[in-house]
Design a binder for this molecule. Structure first.
Ligand code: BGC
Length: 370
């Protein structure tokens, strides 16, 4: 990563000096701008670079101008994230916002940060590993799994599928969110469907989901499942590619997702994917920026910001939890339509409709998206 000169000068301050500054409550590192760290987990899922990072940076700069944001993306490699965090601590950051690749392994990062009096916000994914992050900002993630499963059940029921059989591909087992999505989904499916095959895509890799779906199809046959539970849009894309390669029309196998990625919305409008879960990233990132700036200034965050607490195995972490929504092409049942959510909220910015509809003009028209 290339660093602007102002950051490089912060780097040259020794960890010991930085620790003294932090311990003394002084918020400025001498010879350079004071800084905070934003550490995101991966970039194969579009949300991080397209939404989480820019929304966080814009809000934080507005609230805490003249404070540098040291940014790193770990590309879903926990050891790299560990190094990025150590580098940020050595650089003397005053607050750390961390979306962990591996929630248990990241406990060490929190402990190291706290040893230097650096508060940590656990962003989107919960940090565990015997640590006590100061705050947690996320969505109700068990609800995400429930929404996915409920929408799929509604679809199977309305299509008249008796005794449905489904396949399930969960997210990375090192991500606490993936465990919650799975728990929420099972709470709806169990006792109502036969789970023909189930596995987890390591590190949320779409290509891993594709391989798993190939194996599932080889094992149970094209008619061995009626629908596919995929934990997010990336893995849904992989699974749908495997269906197509096997000669299965994905329209015949309702498939779930999450994140409302543009590619997924296009698949939903053309009928290849049944649903996604829409999580408004902007408020998630902006509320985190508010917390980070308050912590930087040594202030108590606004009372209306924290609305819950979540136990991470060590302590109750004061939390900000947002509400996810299920989205299908036309809405109905427990789901809302693409027009009423992603389009209405301009989820991809002012040119949201153009982004969705380029090359998908007919399906956009059919869904009244303009
Ligand atoms: C996030 C999802 C994302 C997944 C893969 C989860 O922790 O909540 O939005 O799709 O990680 O990055």
């Amino acid at each position: 990563m290339k660093l602007p000169m102002s950051i490089v000068s912060v780097v040259s301050i020794s960890a010991a000096v930085a620790a003294t500054f932090a311990a003394s409550g002084c918020k400025k590192t001498s010879g350079g701008k004071a800084s905070i760290a934003l550490l995101l987990p991966e970039s194969q899922t579009t949300r991080y670079e397209a939404a989480d990072r820019p929304f966080f940076e814009a809000k934080f700069k507005e609230l805490c101008p003249n404070v540098e944001i040291v940014y790193s993306n770990a590309n879903q490699v926990a050891a790299d994230q560990q190094q990025q965090a150590e580098a940020a601590i050595a650089r003397g950051v005053k607050v750390m916002v961390l979306d962990p690749v591996d929630g248990d392994a990241a406990g060490v990062i929190v402990k190291n940060a706290k040893a230097k009096s650096i508060p940590v916000i656990s962003y989107d994914r919960l940090i565990k590993g015997g640590s006590t992050p100061d705050y947690y900002v996320s969505f109700d993630n068990e609800r995400v799994g429930k929404l996915q499963a409920e929408a799929l059940m509604e679809k199977l029921t309305s299509s008249g599928v008796a005794q449905p059989k489904i396949t399930m591909i969960n997210g990375s087992p090192t991500d606490n969110n993936a465990l919650l999505f799975k728990k929420g989904a099972h709470s709806v499916f169990d006792g109502k469907v036969t789970i023909a095959k189930e596995d987890a895509a390591a590190n949320w890799k779409p290509e891993e989901a594709q391989q798993l779906m190939e194996q599932f199809i080889a094992a149970v046959g094209k008619d061995g499942f009626d629908a596919a539970y995929e934990a997010n849009d990336g893995t849904a894309g992989g699974a749908i590619a495997a269906m197509k390669a096997a000669g299965i029309d994905p329209k015949t196998k309702p498939t779930t997702g999450q994140d409302a990625e543009t590619a997924a919305i296009q698949r939903i409008l053309s009928g290849e994917q049944y649903m996604t879960v829409y999580k408004a990233i902007q408020p998630e990132a902006e509320k985190t920026a508010q917390l980070a700036c308050a912590l930087f200034k040594g202030e108590k965050p606004a009372a209306d910001l924290v609305n819950d607490k979540v136990n991470n195995g060590t302590a109750d972490i004061p939390s900000v939890l947002l509400v996810p929504l299920a989205v299908t092409a036309a809405g109905g049942g427990t789901t809302k339509s693409v027009a009423d959510t992603i389009v209405k909220d301009k989820f991809y910015g002012p040119d949201t409709v153009a982004k969705i509809c380029k090359g998908y003009e007919a399906v956009c028209q059919a869904a009244n998206i303009k």
